[in-house]
Design a protein around this ligand. Structure first.
Ligand code: NAP
Length: 470
C-alpha cells in the first residue's frame, strides 16, 4: 500500500454501485474506520436512492422506512457523493471504476424473480412478486405493468414475507392504503379491485414456512378480512413435530395459525386462505390469459441433507383464478463484466471479496455486499453486519491494492466523465429537492409522500426546482 493511502492528502477512494440499504451500511462502516480517511461515491440507477426501502418495503410499513434518516446522515458526510440516474454497464463500466477508485463495492441487490420452471408462467395474469411489489411501490420499471384485478380470486405462490406483504396489500381496505405512499395509479386500480379471495400456497408445511409471525399476525388484524386455515393442514408429520419442538419462530407462527384455524369465519367481505403442502404444477390459460392453476398435494420427505422437501402425492386440484402472484424469491441480475455465479445467483465472492469464477482467486479491490453477496435473505437490518464484514475485508486488503499511487484516481475526473456520458446525472441535493416535492404533495393529502414514478418526471421536477431556485 502506498504509505499515505487513507490520509487527508490521499484519501481511500471507494465507489459503491447501488444506493440501497447494503450500500449505505457499507458506506457507514467505511466512514467509521478510525485512522482511515475515505471518499465515497455512490452510483445509482434511478435518481431516487434507498433501493428496497423505496421500491420493496410495503407502503403500510412506514416505520421500517424511517431508517432512511440514517442513510440521509451518511449521504450528508462531506466525503460522500451521490450520482443518481447512472446505470452501471451502460453509463459507466467496471473499467471506468477501476481507473478512478481504489476499491469498488457492488451493492445491487436482487432485482429479478426466481422462476418456478412450470408451464404457463409467462401467461398474462401470472406476475412475479418483483413486478407486482414494484408496481404498487411506484418502481419506474413496473408502473405500466398489466395488473388485472377484475377477478374474484388471486393466488399467491410462496410462503415468505413477500407473499404475506402481497396477500395483505391486495386485501387491505382501500381507505387504509390511500393514506400510505403507495403509487397513485395503484390506489386507483385497487379501488376497482374485484378480488375477494386470496389463496396463499405453501409447498411445504406450516412449520417450514419462511414468513415470520409479525407479518403473519398482521393478516389477522386487517379490517373486514377472514383468515382461513384448514385444521387438517396443521396436523404435523413426526419430523415437523420434532422441528416445532425446538424452533421458536415456527412455534410462534404455528400458534397464530392455530388461532386462525380455530376462529369461525365472520362473514367478512374478504378472505385469505393459507394453504400448506400444495405445489403449483402448471398455470393454465385460455387465449394467453391465466384461468387456473393446477396444483398437487404434497407430503414431506427427508432429503439428503436432513431437511424436509415436498413430494407430490399424486392428488391434484385445480384452483380457478385470473391472477397469479409468484412470490418464490428474488434473483440478482448479473452486472456487465463482473463474475456471476449461476449456481448461487450471486456475484461470485468469498466473504464479500469478488472472485474469479474459474480460479476462485479474489480480484483485488472488488467487493460485494447485501443480496448480491449472500442471496435474497434477511431483513433490512441484516445488511448492517453483512456490509461491515465486507468492509473489514476491504481494510485487511489495503496493503495489497494494485496501482497506487495512480494520478488518474482524481475524484473530479469521474465528474468530467459523467458530464460527457450522462449529463443529466443527479446529485444528492437534487434528490433532496425531489424528496421535498414528494413530501409536500403527500402533506397536502395527509400521506407520507406522493411518489413520482417515472424517471423523466423525476428529472423534470428536479429541473423545475433548480430553475425556481435560480
Ligand atoms: P423467502 O423468504 O425465501 O420465501 C420464498 C418462498 O417461496 C418460500 O416459502 C419457498 O418455499 C417458496 N418457494 C420457492 N420456490 C418455490 C416453488 N418452486 N414453488 C413453490 N414455492 C416455492 O423469500 P421472500 O418472501 O421473497 O423474502 C425475501 C427476504 O425478504 C426474506 O428474508 C424475507 O424475510 C425478507 N422480507 C422481510 C419483510 C419484513 O420484514 N416485513 C418483508 C418482505 C420480505 P421453500 O421454503 O419450500 O423453499
Amino acid at each position: 500500500m502506498s504509505q499515505n493511502l487513507g490520509t487527508l492528502e490521499r484519501p481511500l477512494q471507494v465507489a459503491i454501485v447501488g444506493a440501497g440499504p447494503s450500500g449505505f451500511y457499507a458506506a457507514e462502516a467505511l466512514l467509521k474506520q478510525a485512522n482511515i480517511v475515505c471518499r465515497i461515491d455512490f452510483f445509482n440507477r434511478f435518481p431516487t436512492p434507498f433501493g428496497l426501502i423505496r421500491e420493496g418495503v410495503a407502503p403500510d410499513h412506514q416505520s421500517i422506512k424511517s431508517v432512511t434518516r440514517i442513510y440521509d446522515r451518511i449521504a450528508s458526510n462531506p466525503n460522500v457523493r451521490y450520482f443518481g440516474n447512472v446505470t452501471f454497464g451502460v453509463d459507466i463500466n467496471r473499467d471506468d471504476l477501476q481507473q478512478f477508485y481504489d476499491q469498488i463495492i457492488y451493492a445491487v441487490g436482487a432485482q429479478a424473480d426466481r422462476r418456478m420452471g412450470i408451464a404457463g408462467e409467462n401467461l398474462h395474469g401470472s406476475l412475479s412478486a418483483t413486478a407486482f411489489v414494484g408496481w404498487y411501490n411506484g418502481h419506474p420499471d413496473y408502473r405500466d405493468l398489466d395488473v388485472d384485478l377484475s377477478h374474484h380470486r388471486a393466488v399467491v405462490i410462496g410462503n415468505g414475507n413477500v407473499a404475506m406483504d402481497i396477500a395483505r396489500i391486495v386485501s387491505t381496505p382501500i381507505e387504509t392504503l390511500a393514506k400510505t405512499d403507495i403509487a397513485d395509479y395503484a390506489i386507483e386500480q385497487l379501488r376497482e379491485s374485484q378480488i375477494r379471495e386470496v389463496v396463499v400456497l405453501g409447498r411445504r408445511g406450516p412449520v417450514q414456512a419462511a414468513f415470520t409471525y409479525p407479518e403473519l399476525k398482521e393478516l389477522g388484524e386487517l379490517d373486514d378480512v377472514d383468515v382461513i386455515v384448514d385444521p387438517a393442514d396443521l396436523e404435523l408429520d413426526e419430523h415437523s413435530a420434532a422441528v416445532l419442538a425446538i424452533d421458536k419462530t415456527a412455534q410462534k407462527n404455528y400458534q397464530i395459525l392455530r388461532e386462525f384455524a380455530a376462529a369461525a369465519p365472520s362473514g367478512a367481505s374478504q378472505r385469505i386462505y393459507l394453504r400448506f403442502l400444495v405445489s403449483p404444477k402448471a398455470i393454465i390459460g385460455d387465449n394467453d390469459r391465466v384461468t387456473a392453476v393446477e396444483t398437487e398435494h404434497n407430503s414431506l420427505v427427508v432429503d439428503k441433507n436432513g431437511g424436509l422437501r415436498p413430494q407430490g402425492t399424486g392428488s391434484f386440484e385445480t384452483i380457478e383464478t385470473g391472477l397469479i402472484l409468484r412470490s418464490v424469491g428474488y434473483r440478482t441480475v448479473p452486472l456487465k463484466g463482473v463474475p456471476f455465479d449461476q449456481r448461487t445467483n450471486t456475484i461470485s465472492n468469498v466473504l464479500g471479496r469478488v472472485t474469479d469464477l474459474k480460479s476462485g482467486d479474489a480480484f483485488p479491490g472488488e467487493y460485494v455486499v447485501g443480496w448480491a453477496k449472500r442471496g435474497p435473505s434477511g431483513v433490512i437490518g441484516t445488511n448492517k453486519p453483512d456490509s461491515a464484514a465486507t468492509v473489514n475485508a476491504m481494510i485487511e486488503d489495503l496493503s495489497n491494492l494494485p496501482g497506487i499511487p495512480d494520478p488518474n484516481r482524481d475524484p473530479e475526473r469521474i465528474v468530467a466523465l459523467l458530464r460527457q456520458r450522462k449529463p443529466d446525472f443527479v446529485t444528492y441535493d437534487d434528490w433532496r429537492s425531489l424528496d421535498q416535492y414528494e413530501l409536500a404533495r403527500g402533506a397536502e393529502q395527509g400521506r407520507p409522500r406522493v411518489k413520482v414514478t417515472s424517471v423523466s418526471e423525476m428529472l423534470n421536477v428536479i429541473r423545475r426546482n433548480k430553475a425556481n431556485e435560480s
